[in-house]
Ligand binder design. Structure first.
Ligand SMILES: *Cc1c(COP(=O)(O)O)cnc(C)c1O
Length: 791
């Protein structure tokens, strides 16, 4: 402490203590990192490069201590200074460099790549401000900047020697066969590493994040003449590239700065991997043999054009050879089918920011369309649909098409999603290249989402199964042997109750609402989005509220309905849903006729660390997206892994969860994907549901006419009208009756605690395949062709 933190141990604060513990871990991480790099270089290992705009890492300390086998030592050390380790870990801010599932998936993947010993780098942006912090004021979401770096972080390793120039703008000169990009601006990308330790191995993975820094020469003139304000503003113009994460989820941010961010981190990462490759192999001819570059969604798609530019313009490689090399290097994961989320950039903007890349994209497109025309001569519509350029209206570059054309493998993230990909948005490409399309069902790391977040259940698993489940989650299957043991079920139930007590405390601290751990904890936590249908959940809550009032003496199963999640700052209806949750909550929670029979809470500022407390305390997991809209979901996996039963639609990975746990251990309701499609084609009439279902009508009228917002009765009329009169795009009214009936089945089962526990145990037992180790193993074998380095 004295030596590393500069604090007197006798007067050390909690955060001093936290830093002291972090320094010990950091030293060992550093050693492991150096060793891993040295060995991988010595073996000229084939590596994975995972390009992602987002890494939703959460806290580092507990995970690092567990991986380094330092948890017990650190806890004992903390106790000597009258601190407990949990309080210390809670001092650390989350690294929230992502919006939701996509960013969290990247974080789980790094953990699994390290644990499986795959030589690997994650590359992204070191945002100064990550995902905004959410506060609730008068029921409304208010956003605050997330200055996670304000006190510095002990977990990053700045690499002062590693900076690369990234160029923008200008024009392209073609001089006797040579292409020269006469760029207009340049910014430096500076590397900061986070070391991701593997579990049960000394191998580590590297998360290398780039910070934008103005080149040294920037406006030295202004600085020298004492005009510091001008010097600073010139500097800011460059450095704003890595300032802030775009707080969007499933909608396109159409901003020049966003395009610059994408190119910025891709260009720096490419230079880094090429430097490493040339250092080991002295030629780029064999690049594809030694590196697999993965595109996490289309955000890094420009990498395809960038690699072509480097190979052709900077290394004089012949176009055809370069293109073949590209095709065997890249692979791409699609994360959404929703048209509004498919990234496309105006041609004029790409021309302005990346003129050479636009030329390259046009050439890729021309050669691709020529090839496609040879296969399907005369079919102009087909070619128009395939084109990398959308010619309807303002011409735009379709980034997903660039990814598909430039990759040898394209995958979806659940069986259903991958199937829909080849039948909907990529149907034309699948006709050309059926073998390129495959599925990689998502997973989550059992280290964070069970071992770290649920110590109680982990201890029970250790006693019943031994400790190997952490590295081999299929071991959970063996829980079936214990399911019939009443004493085991009682222990399981006691653990769940402890976790609910912990969650109830958090709810009281953050919302002021007192909830009973004996009530059924009904949890929907995820980004707030219309397709995820938090509003359908709320319709059920209001239905239940009215039913309790109508028959207060009935044997109601007490429920606590728990929401958490952020809405994109510009997403008006999502924010309105947050407000409605609060308005309904105020009414219900303060209605003396209701008491403990029903509570409704919204826990503010959802993020990884909050999820680690919520998941273990859940009884019921709400996964109720309109069938065909949720690509996979990973929240569904975390909740089931912690013993929650799912109520959900036949969507995303819910389908595979159902297969694993069995029909009797999950509550599936509503229309399936085929029925949704059919209903939309034949003409969906939400008004019919409204008029023919008096319960539904009463609920919608109550909300729409201001029963929960008496101070402003029209507050939710737009929201309700969008359902009844506005087409109800996500089919809430169509699924309402089935949902409410299924919730009654949930109650029936919860009345039999021992039955409920048995099913909950079956859920945990079935979750083995949803380890991200299984997912990464599949990527490694089937897409990347990398294996653990042999040392
Ligand atoms: C797992 C996770 C998500 C993804 O949740 P879904 O329910 O799959 O949308 C989002 N945010 C955080 C913080 C998570 O941990």
């Amino acid at each position: 402490m004295l030596h590393t933190v500069g604090a007197d141990p006798a007067h050390a604060s909690r955060s001093d203590m936290m830093l002291a513990v972090a320094q010990v871990a950091r030293a060992q991480l550093s050693e492991r990192w150096v060793h891993t790099q040295r060995e991988e270089a010595r073996h000229k290992a084939r590596r994975v490069v995972y390009l992602s705009m987002e890494f939703l890492m959460g806290r580092t300390m507990s995970n690092a201590l567990a991986a380094l086998n330092l948890t017990e030592g650190a806890a004992a050390g903390a106790l000597q200074h009258a601190q407990n380790l949990e309080d210390l870990t809670n001092c650390e801010p989350d690294a929230a460099l992502g919006n939701g599932g996509l960013g969290r998936l990247a974080a789980c993947f790094l953990d699994s790549m390290a644990t499986l010993g795959l030589p690997s780098f994650g590359y992204g942006i070191r945002y100064e401000y990550g995902m905004f912090a959410q506060d609730i004021q008068n029921g409304c979401q208010v956003e605050y900047p997330d200055s996670w770096l304000k006190d510095g972080t002990p977990w990053e390793f700045p690499r002062a020697e590693l900076t690369y120039p990234v160029r923008f703008g200008g024009w392209v000169a073609h001089e006797d066969g040579k292409v020269i990009w006469k760029h207009a601006g340049e910014v430096a990308a500076k590397a900061y590493d986070m070391v991701v330790p593997g579990h049960g191995t000394h191998k580590v993975s590297t998360l290398r994040l780039w910070k934008a820094v103005a080149p040294d020469h920037i406006d030295l003139g202004a600085f020298n003449t004492g005009d510091y304000a001008r010097a600073a503003s010139a500097k800011n113009e460059y450095e704003n590239i890595s300032w802030v994460l775009y707080p969007n989820d499933s909608t396109l941010a159409g901003r020049e700065l966003r395009l610059k961010q994408e190119y910025f981190f891709v260009a720096a990462s490419m230079q880094d991997l090429i430097k490493r490759h040339l250092h080991e192999h002295h030629t780029l001819d064999n690049l594809a043999e030694h590196v697999a570059i993965h595109l996490n969604d289309t955000h890094p798609a420009i990498g395809v054009a960038e690699l072509m530019r480097i190979l052709c313009d900077e290394h004089s490689m012949h176009w055809d050879r370069a293109w073949a090399l590209c095709g065997s290097t890249f692979s791409y994961t699609n994360h959404t089918l929703m048209p509004e989320a498919l990234e496309s950039w105006p041609v004029s903007l790409v021309q302005h920011v990346l003129p050479r890349h636009l030329e390259i994209i046009f050439r890729i497109n021309k050669e691709f369309l020529d090839q496609a025309a040879r296969l399907c001569p005369g079919d102009h519509d087909f070619l128009k649909r395939l084109s990398l350029i959308d010619e309807t209206g303002e011409r735009r570059v379709r980034m997903a098409h660039l990814c598909v054309v430039g990759s040898h493998r394209i995958n979806g993230v659940s069986a259903l999603h991958s199937d829909l990909l080849v039948h909907t948005i990529f149907a034309d490409f699948a006709k050309l290249w059926p073998h390129r399309f495959t599925n990689m069902t998502n997973g989550v790391t059992p280290r964070r989402w069970l071992a770290q977040s649920n110590p109680g259940l982990s201890r029970l698993l250790d006693v019943s199964l031994g400790p190997d489940w952490r590295l081999d989650l299929d071991q959970l299957k063996r829980l079936k042997e214990h399911q019939g043991d009443a004493a085991f079920r009682a222990q399981f139930r006691a653990i769940k109750r402890e976790n609910k007590v912990r969650l109830a405390k958090l709810i009281q601290q953050t919302t002021g609402v007192v909830v009973s751990p004996d009530s059924l904890f009904d949890v929907q936590v995820k980004r707030i989005h219309e397709y995820k249908r938090q509003l359908l959940n709320l319709l059920h809550v209001v239905t239940r509220y009215k039913a309790i009032l109508a028959d207060p003496q009935a044997a109601w199963v007490p429920r606590t309905v728990i929401f958490a999640g952020k809405a994109a700052s510009s997403y008006v209806s999502a924010k309105s849903i947050i407000r409605l949750i609060h308005d309904v909550g105020l009414t219900i929670n303060n209605d003396p006729r209701i008491g403990d029979k029903l509570k409704l809470v919204f826990i503010p500022n959802y993020g990884v660390s909050l999820a680690e407390i919520i998941m273990p305390g859940a009884d019921l997991s709400e996964q109720i997206s309109t069938a065909g809209t949720e690509a996979s979901g990973t929240g569904n996996m975390k909740l089931a892994l912690n013993g929650a039963l799912t109520i959900g639609t036949d969507d995303g990975a819910n389908i595979e969860i159902r297969q694993q746990v069995g029909d009797e251990n999950i509550f599936i309701f509503g229309l399936n994907t085929a029925e949704v499609r059919h209903l939309r084609i034949t003409g969906y009439q939400p008004l019919n549901h409204y008029e023919n279902n008096p319960t539904l009508k009463a609920v919608l009228d109550a909300i729409g006419e201001g029963e929960f917002s008496p101070d402003e009765p029209g507050r939710y009329s737009a929201l309700v009208n969008s359902l009844v009169w506005g087409g109800d795009h996500y089919l809430l009214l169509a699924d309402y009756a089935s949902y409410v009936a299924t919730q009654a089945q949930v109650d029936d089962l919860y009345r039999q605690p021992d039955q409920w526990s048995q099913r909950a145990i079956a859920n945990v037992a079935g979750m083995g395949v949803f380890s991200s180790d299984r997912t990464i193993g599949e990527y490694a074998r089937q897409i990347w062709h990398v294996g653990p380095a042999a040392y």
